[in-house]
Design a protein around this ligand. Structure first.
Ligand code: NAD
Length: 255
């Protein structure tokens, strides 16, 4: 057995015995759906200026910001579909093996895969919100041929309902993440560097509270040597497919 195979079986055992597991996901889980991460090779910040997602910048020049936002999030990645890793998490949830998913992603792919207990820590790109009257719209109900899009109720500026730099984290996912870090006995981290504050603290809090940390990533992250107990080194789809095989095949143990 290779080290990864041993680790897959060890991870499956922890997940089977767990009373409450939280999946904690980042941009890496969606890379194989065709959405690049922010950092590293092919990352969005190698092509675009991060100021694009700064709230002050957006308000000062909404037309310019919207042109690029539309290009990245709605033209290029709008048709991305969930991959095997999203689907395995959804199946784990259905089988009672996953209590909650906290995602830093804004792509809605966990929900499209069928996951129900998902908290979008950084909001969701499939919704727009009016900055004046706070009316929400499905992006499919808004015409993005005319930028910047305006609210049909009050004429105010519409913004994607995800968290820009300079904005605070919405209260519901924030509380859900703190609670998950308190009550989980397994934290399954997939595809995140752990560099974005305050999202990056939850695996650390979970570890302090006694959770076993399982991590999936092709590369070591800030968590790997600090808190990870079982490192499944590889792409999210490959590792989650192996994990599903080990997890969904009946165990010969008497547990
Ligand atoms: P990041 O861009 O900082 O890092 C991505 C991580 O994914 C890295 O650790 C990398 O090694 C790993 N990775 C790359 N390919 C992978 C694969 N095939 N399988 C598994 N892991 C893989 O991403 P982050 O830490 O999540 O934080 C950046 C911020 O970017 C988040 O706040 C998030 O909101 C935002 N973001 C979201 C999306 C999206 O919605 N899909 C895309 C880009 C950025």
């Amino acid at each position: 057995m290779t080290l990864n195979e041993k680790n897959i079986h060890k991870a499956a055992e922890f997940l089977r015995k767990s009373k409450f597991t939280t999946a904690y996901t980042g941009a890496g889980i969606s890379v194989e759906s065709g959405i690049p991460p922010f950092r590293g090779e092919g990352g969005l910040w190698t092509k675009y200026d991060p100021n694009l997602l700064d709230i002050d910048h957006f308000i000062q020049d909404p037309l310019r910001a919207w042109e690029i936002i539309k290009e990245i999030y709605y033209s290029h990645f709008g048709s991305a579909k969930p991959n095997k890793a999203h689907l395995v998490l959804a199946e784990m949830e259905q089988r009672g093996l996953l209590g909650r998913t906290i995602t830093q992603n804004i792509d809605n792919l966990h929900q499209e895969a069928g996951c129900k207990n998902v908290f979008d820590f950084h909001g969701n790109s499939k919704r727009l919100v009016c900055l004046s009257c706070h009316t929400y719209y499905a992006v499919t109900d808004v015409n993005l041929d005319h930028l910047p899009p305006a609210c049909r109720q009050c004429g105010g500026l519409l913004k994607p309902d995800y968290v820009f730099f300079g904005e605070s984290i919405p209260q519901i996912p924030l509380s859900a993440a703190y609670e998950a870090a308190k009550i989980s006995d397994v934290f399954l981290i997939i595809g995140t560097t752990g560099e974005v504050m305050p999202a990056n603290q939850f695996p650390l809090i979970a570890k302090e509270n006694g959770a076993t940390i399982i991590e999936v990533n092709p590369h070591e992250s800030n968590y790997t040597s600090a808190v990870t107990d079982i490192f499944l080194q590889g792409k999210a789809t490959e590792m989650m497919e192996l994990l599903a095989e080990a997890l969904f095949t009946p165990s010969l143990d008497n547990d």
